[in-house]
Write a protein that binds this ligand. Structure first.
Ligand SMILES: Cc1cc2nc3c(=O)[nH]c(=O)nc-3n(C[C@H](O)[C@H](O)[C@H](O)COP(=O)(O)OP(=O)(O)OC[C@H]3O[C@@H](n4cnc5c(N)ncnc54)[C@H](O)[C@@H]3O)c2cc1C
Length: 301
């Protein structure tokens, strides 16, 4: 079986940038990924990626794709890694389509949304409960919806829905919304948005599709009749594919400033790691560093 010098797992901002750097260094590598773009595909308006005052996530991903195509990178899309294993001097990657041997790995698998963890959540997934406003907001034209979570992802969902839905409840478990103040001010001015803080979803109900939710607001139980809920309560790292590197209490892979993990030859970059600030520009920088670190590492093995 062929032994690659590097396999990059994931093609979000971190994996794609690592790919561009690896290609320019003439490393023999492939990218294995479920999709191209990662979480950036779900971001509606990006105002903090330098060079673009405003760009949508899908547009930015198109730019990334155009850029990486220049280098003829071998991207195995729609393939996912189930396990990374040690294999004498190399690493063996088991995917849904086959197996690969490689001298080094960059894990750039990012994060996935957290679920509410309440009864009926599975039953109503894609039947009124969604975890992606960018993907599903257009399905709720003139409907009543709730966004659960008042952090930046929740605020982003509210902004998208404000152009589509009839009424939006924004439900936050804490005393205050926690996203950027600038966006909170913008949202407070939108009439069709009703903000409920100190509020927790305790029940989702319906028949085939959801009809409503019950929330506990301090001592009161409030029944909201609605057509859909957007769960935006944070995310967890996609780090379960490897179990021989150190992780922190949030299951993030611990890396040093050169993106080394605790196991030589395994590198990690972006949102799956313990890096401070989960942002596109940070993930790109981390992907670049990881590929340069792999190049240095390969010189000595
Ligand atoms: C709604 C929303 C809005 C956001 N808005 C902004 C913003 O305005 N500005 C900003 O800077 N940041 C924003 N972010 C954060 C930003 O999207 C992330 O920080 C960034 O995408 C992280 O990049 P990443 O490459 O580390 O991971 P991800 O983008 O999560 O990419 C991970 C990649 O790994 C792949 N993958 C996962 N598991 C496997 C596996 N087992 N095998 C193969 N492939 C796998 C995925 O398919 C994906 O391609 C937003 C995030 C969300 C959710």
């Amino acid at each position: 079986m062929k032994i690659y010098e590097l396999v990059i797992v994931g093609a979000g901002p971190a994996g794609l940038t690592a790919g561009i750097y690896a290609a320019r260094k003439k490393i023999d590598f492939i990218i294995i990924t479920k999709d191209i773009g990662g979480q950036t595909l779900y971001s509606w308006d990006i105002e903090n990626y330098i060079g673009y005052q405003f760009i949508t996530g899908p547009e930015l991903v198109e730019k990334f794709k155009l850029h990486i195509r220049e280098f003829n990178v071998d991207i195995r899309e729609n393939e996912y890694v189930m396990k990374v294993l040690k294999d004498t001097k190399n690493f063996r990657l088991i995917t849904n389509k086959g197996e690969y041997l490689t001298k080094t790995v960059i894990i750039a698998t990012g994060r996935k949304p957290k679920e509410l963890g309440i009864d009926n959540e599975n039953k109503f997934k894609n039947r009124g409960i969604t975890y992606c406003a960018t993907c599903d907001a257009p399905l709720f034209r003139d409907k009543v919806v709730a966004v659960i979570g008042g952090g930046n992802a929740g605020l982003d969902a509210v902004l998208q829905l404000s152009r589509i839905a009839k009424k939006i409840y924004l439900i936050e478990i804490k005393k205050e919304l926690t996203g950027d103040r600038f966006v909170i001010e913008k949202i407070k001015k939108i009439e069709k948005v009703e903000i409920l803080t100190n509020s927790q979803v305790i029940e989702v109900y319906g028949d085939n599709f959801i009809n409503g939710i019950k929330i506990k607001k301090e001592e009161d139980i409030i029944d909201l009749r609605l057509d859909g809920i957007f769960v935006e309560i944070g995310s967890i790292p996609n780090s379960e594919i490897i179990d021989f590197v150190e992780k922190n209490e949030n299951r993030e892979i611990i890396v040093d400033c050169k993106n080394n993990t605790s196991f030589p030859g395994i590198f990690a970059a972006g949102d799956v790691t313990n890096v401070f600030a989960k942002q596109i520009i940070v993930a790109c920088g981390e992907g670049a560093k990881a590929a340069i670190a792999v190049f240095e590492y390969l010189k000595y093995i």
